[in-house]
Design a protein around this ligand. Structure first.
Ligand code: GAP
Length: 452
């Protein structure tokens, strides 16, 4: 089961401390969100899962973390300065601004006026000045995607960690786009995070790798708890294809507001390395690239016969925030329990749960109970599988409800038997089943449950 509406998710996220509107106390800033105590854990867990599958579980991928501020040269060569724009229409009467595709007839959707401007390209990149003098002579862009400084670091990475084709470079980080109409909570925002892999392959093996990466990425989303029925693949065609792409498959997800892109897997051919390399004329570049007179680096690799080759690139590019929204939506479930009460549960996969276990002393002011619970909490925390908390409210029913709603897989209650017999009760979030274990058995049980 998923959430019934976006409103339900937004309310839960605020109430329980997952996600807040940014700058809320000053009225908020549109298209910007802050992750709260639970949101940051969920987001970090999703990113860690991606990094593990992309970098740690492979021998052919290296990671980087490059700067966000990016020079004009990079984004000119990449095509972003010329083409990274949406057509924008202004209403001359009410001054509302619209993306061209948002105007269905000939009138302003806000005030109904037919008095509209012609569409004009609106570049989505944010600029900021560098250094103390703000006269426009020295500026940088906030990167609109993490991909470009993977390409500009191609030679640095290869020189420091040699690889043969195929191999990849992965990066997780912030990207910025001045979206004209940010909307649908964290789905379309102006500051977001991407998880991108640029996987370099021999020309000729690119179609096969494109298919392979599409399958791998779909499987990864299923492993995060996304239901197969809520995913569709969209094979992008015609005008919808980005200028650099030979083929793109979008992984579409049924978000609460509709079926939309969660991740794109593009075959970027030799466009990017071909654009950023020096010696372009010697390198037999297949794509149409802008002439490069400034690059200081040959972004190519030598084959067995010492011939230079510009690799093709397969790029799985996922949005972290859209991923968070998708796993929250998937995990959301409402049910009526035996006592007739409604319970809300976030059934996250254990590796994504913001809090892995809550240790709850039966009474908050009983020293023995609290001390035993604290000791167990520390022991579980030492496994380094994620956050464990001591829930010292003295109200077991309320604690269970809270931890169901924030998706904590295990609640461990410390009662008087824990002192007298050395046992504790473990409650499973999803089944609500309870069982008794010796305190000494709990760390192993916990590690197996959460680590699996
Ligand atoms: N390097 C390729 C690239 O950036 P993209 O389709 O523009 O491709 C990749 O973006 C992913 O980044 C999308 O599938 C989406 O998950 C996420 N994304 C893009 N724009 C976003 C926005 N304004 N807000 C949140 N996520 C966004």
């Amino acid at each position: 089961m998923t959430a019934k509406s976006m409103e339900e998710l937004v309310a839960l996220c605020k109430r329980r401390g997952f996600i807040f509107q940014a700058n809320e106390i000053y009225g908020g800033l549109q298209g910007l969100y802050d992750y709260g105590p639970l949101g940051v854990e969920l987001k970090n867990n999703l990113k860690a899962s991606w990094w593990s599958s992309m970098v740690y579980e492979r021998d052919d991928v290296e990671g980087i973390d490059a700067s966000i501020l990016t020079s004009q040269d990079v984004l000119s060569q990449s095509g972003h300065e010329d083409t990274f724009s949406d057509p924008l229409i202004d209403c001359k009467d009410c001054k509302a601004r619209w993306r061209e595709d948002e105007i269905k007839g000939k009138n302003c959707p806000s005030c109904g006026s037919p008095n509209l401007t012609e569409p004009r390209p609106f570049n989505l990149m944010f600029r900021t000045s560098l250094g103390p003098i703000d006269d426009g002579s020295s500026f940088a862009y906030l990167r609109p995607e993490t991909a470009q400084n993977i390409f500009t670091n191609f030679k640095n990475v290869l020189d420091s960690s040699p690889h043969h084709l195929p191999f990849g470079i992965a990066q997780i980080g912030k990207a910025f786009r001045n979206e004209i109409t940010p909307r649908n909570f964290i789905f379309r925002v102006r500051e977001f995070e991407q998880m991108e892999l640029e996987f370099f392959v021999h020309k000729g093996s690119d179609d096969e790798w494109h298919k392979k990466w599409t399958d791998l990425r779909v499987q990864w989303w299923l492993d995060q708890g996304i239901n197969e029925d809520n995913i569709e693949l969209l094979y992008v065609t015609g005008n919808e294809l980005a200028h650099y792409s030979k083929a793109t498959v979008d992984i579409m997800y049924k978000f609460p507001h509709g079926l939309e892109e969660l991740e794109g897997i593009a075959n970027r051919t030799d466009f990017d390395l071909g654009s950023h390399t020096k010696f372009q004329e010697d390198l037999n570049i297949n794509s149409t690239v802008k002439q490069n007179t400034k690059s200081k680096s040959r972004l190519a690799i030598q084959d067995k016969n010492n011939n230079w080759e510009i690799p093709y690139v397969i790029e799985p590019s996922a949005g972290v925030d859209r991923g968070v929204l998708a796993v929250l939506n998937e995990a959301y479930r409402e049910e009526i329990v035996d006592n007739g009460k409604r319970r809300v549960v976030l059934s996250f996969k254990p590796h994504l749960a913001p809090i892995k276990a809550a240790v709850i002393p039966l009474k908050r002011n009983d020293e023995n109970l609290v001390e035993t619970a604290s000791k167990l909490k520390l022991e579980l925390q030492k496994t380094k599988l994620g956050r464990v908390i001591l829930e010292n409210t003295g109200n077991i029913g309320k604690s269970y409800r809270k931890h169901d709603e924030i998706g904590t897989p295990l609640c461990i209650t410390i009662d008087f038997d824990s002192i007298e017999k050395g046992t504790a009760t473990i409650r499973d979030r999803d089944s609500m089943n309870q069982m008794t274990l010796n305190l000494s058995e709990i760390p192993d049980y916990y590690s197996q449950y959460i680590g699996s």
